[in-house]
Design a protein. Structure first.
Length: 645
């Protein structure tokens, strides 16, 4: 497509860097639809924590009561109680993991779906300004990186909080003095965890940006086009060195991310490990100074609880670090979810089952940015049902933009575009998609079979319908000659087929949809003359009986159009039929003469000077009509065009 791409502006900087508290609230809202299962998870977590703190109390009774009194029955009962507590705790843990993982995966699925759906609604400008690898990195890398946080970290956070609270309560119940000794260093632990979390969040943001850059490099350089370009330009080694450098930087960031705060967290672990001896020392001090020292059973039970506190406490601090680090990933995803969608469907849109195909441009103007330079100004045109309109002009004149206002690739800034008298902005997307087919020079084919690529236009198409469409597009014989016929894989971006073959596959795909309106955007401009003739025959079959708007590069393809409009700087400079515009001898005639010079074959070197040149294949299409052809005046930009066949 030969038109300027609109500029896409990313979200404002302040909008893309929200306060952590607001971001956390937004993350929590993702879990709101799953509150029922989350409530059950909380019950299981609470039950597991209560069962977990019961064992030390049973142990105290064993040491202080059952063993000294040699009560074997009580000893057996208490031992069975400890075994039962361990079994119940394991069962609750498995159920809790199952439910929390299911909730987390559902949230991940919803996030991926929302991001993909949002990207499907973004204007073309977004994709012309954003590298494909960046988009893939956010959908796969960022959301994948959040998976641990969403599926397990959130549950671990609740589980560890509950375990810490239950353990501290149990410790207070055993001996409040030893509890104060155990918790004296807690503020230090919290401070360290917060510092480590901020550091990891910063490193994770850098790491994801680096990974997105690598993904973009891989996507571009390892595509079929990238491989061909790299080898033909002798740049394969250079690309390898670039990738090596990018990978080395990623290694450094991964190491920094892994080691961020490890020494601080290791210090916390050492302090927690030193607490049991400290408790024994505190109990001895109480006994030495005549205080009421805890019993042996209480001391052992307390140390057991304190050791049990180590795992959830360190886990809680580590989870906090992971949550802070994952905020960078959530921020990148929320940036995409917060992108503004310019083209939307009305709340209660109109529907058309089968459009007649009358297209009108009513005083249409368009600019890519609000208040920006207009690309189109005051366009008034009518294309009757079954009529043909050709748009010509220099590159950047607004041809493709005008054509793309009809299927709402863009929306008019002022004025309106109507289909059968209905503003296209008032139609539902399905009606618009059924009514309008677009064939451009940039044919895209999926890495799938020929049949699957054709069925993309009509999923329920039968094999007979597919073959009929391929015959109409002049491509059936070629497909049938392939070893696997319609089950042949087309390859990445259709590279197993030539440009003309891909164009005819695209035409067959559009024929299968059977739209009453066609937009042909320079569909043959990149083809050689022979291939162009084959594709043009397919286009003629496609256009028969349909309203057709052709954005033309080669003027030989549009001489039979009912109406030809010459655009200049976004305005209508001339309009009329091929013969009328040639007789006018204005911009269109100049374009025809230039096209004739470009396409005319060079004279044979051995021809005699007086010999008449052989007629070229394109001569009849570019030669001016006789002088008796009716003249037409240049059309003002705002004058309506009453189209008649």
């Amino acid at each position: 497509m030969h038109h300027d791409a609109p500029r896409w502006n990313p979200p404002p900087k302040d909008a893309s860097h929200p306060q952590p508290s607001a971001q956390v609230r937004r993350i929590l809202r993702l879990f709101r639809p799953h509150h029922g299962r989350l409530g059950l998870v909380a019950l299981l977590v609470g039950a597991s924590s209560l069962v977990g703190v019961a064992s030390p109390f049973l142990l105290r009774e064993i040491i202080d009561t059952a063993l000294p009194a040699r009560r074997t029955g009580l000893l057996a009962l208490l031992a069975l109680g400890m075994i039962g507590a361990a079994v119940l705790s394991s069962i609750f843990s498995v159920l809790q993991t199952l439910l929390s993982t299911r909730v987390g995966q559902d949230v991940m699925h919803e996030l991926r779906t929302r991001v993909y759906s949002k990207l499907q609604q973004m204007p073309l400008a977004f994709f012309t300004r954003t590298r494909t690898g960046e988009v893939q990195s956010r959908i796969a890398g960022d959301i994948g990186g959040m998976q641990a946080t969403v599926t397990s970290t959130a549950t671990s956070l609740v589980s560890n909080i509950t375990a810490v609270v239950a353990t501290v309560v149990a410790m207070l119940a055993l001996d409040w003095r030893l509890t104060l000794v155990s918790l004296a260093l807690l503020p230090c632990f919290v401070w360290v965890a917060r510092r480590v979390g901020r550091e990891r969040k910063r490193i994770v943001a850098q790491r994801q940006k680096q990974m997105a850059g690598m993904a973009a490099l891989v996507t571009e350089s390892l595509s079929v086009s990238g491989i061909l370009l790299g080898r033909t330009m002798g740049r394969a080694d250079s690309l390898t060195r670039t990738f090596t450098d990018e990978s080395s930087r990623l290694v450094e960031l991964e190491v920094r991310s892994s080691m961020a705060g490890r020494w601080r967290m290791a210090t916390i672990g050492m302090i927690m490990g030193a607490l049991p001896p400290l408790l024994y020392w505190a109990a001895g001090v109480m006994l030495q100074f005549g205080g009421q020292a805890p019993s042996i059973g209480t001391l052992v039970a307390f140390v057991t609880l304190q050791q049990g506190l180590l795992r959830p406490a360190v886990g809680l601090l580590s989870t906090g670090v992971e949550v802070q680090a994952s905020l960078a990933l959530f921020q990148r995803i929320f940036e995409y979810l917060d992108l503004r969608v310019d083209i939307t469907e009305r709340a209660d849109p109109e529907r058309i089952d089968r459009a007649k195909g009358v297209i009108r441009f009513e005083n249409v103007s368009f600019a890519y940015e609000p208040g920006g330079r207009p690309v189109l100004s005051n366009i008034d045109l009518t294309v009757p049902a079954g009529g043909s309109l050709a748009l010509v002009g220099a590159t950047g004149a607004g041809k493709s933009t005008l054509g793309y206002l009809v299927p709402r690739i863009y929306d008019a800034t002022s004025g309106r575009v109507t289909l059968d008298g209905v503003d296209v902005r008032d139609l539902d997307f399905d009606s618009l998609a059924r009514a309008i087919g677009v064939v451009s020079q940039e044919t895209y084919l999926f890495h799938a079979t020929v049949a699957d690529n054709l069925r993309f236009a009509k999923p329920d198409a039968t094999d007979e319908e597919i073959e009929e469409a391929a015959r109409a597009a002049q491509i059936h014989d070629h497909i049938a000659a392939l070893p696997d016929g319609y089950q042949t894989l087309v390859g990445e971006r259709g590279y197993r087929f030539s440009g003309g073959e891909k164009q005819r596959l695209a035409i067959a795909r559009t024929i299968l949809r059977d739209p009453p309106v066609l937009i042909l955007d320079e569909a043959t401009s990149a083809l050689d003359t022979r291939t162009e003739e084959a594709v043009q025959r397919a286009l003629d079959a496609l256009s028969a009986g349909r309203t057709t708007i052709t954005i033309a590069h080669r003027l030989s393809t549009i001489r039979d159009a009912d109406q030809i409009v010459v655009l200049h700087e976004g305005r209508i400079a001339e309009r009329g039929s091929h013969g009328e515009l040639l007789a006018l001898d204005g911009r269109y005639a100049a374009l025809v003469r230039r096209d004739a010079r470009v396409t005319a074959p060079a004279p044979a070197a051995t021809a005699a000077p007086s010999a008449s040149p052989a007629p070229s294949a394109s001569a009849p299409e570019t030669a001016p009509l006789p002088a008796a052809a009716p003249a037409v005046a240049r059309t003002p930009a705002s004058a309506p065009l009453d189209a008649a066949r």
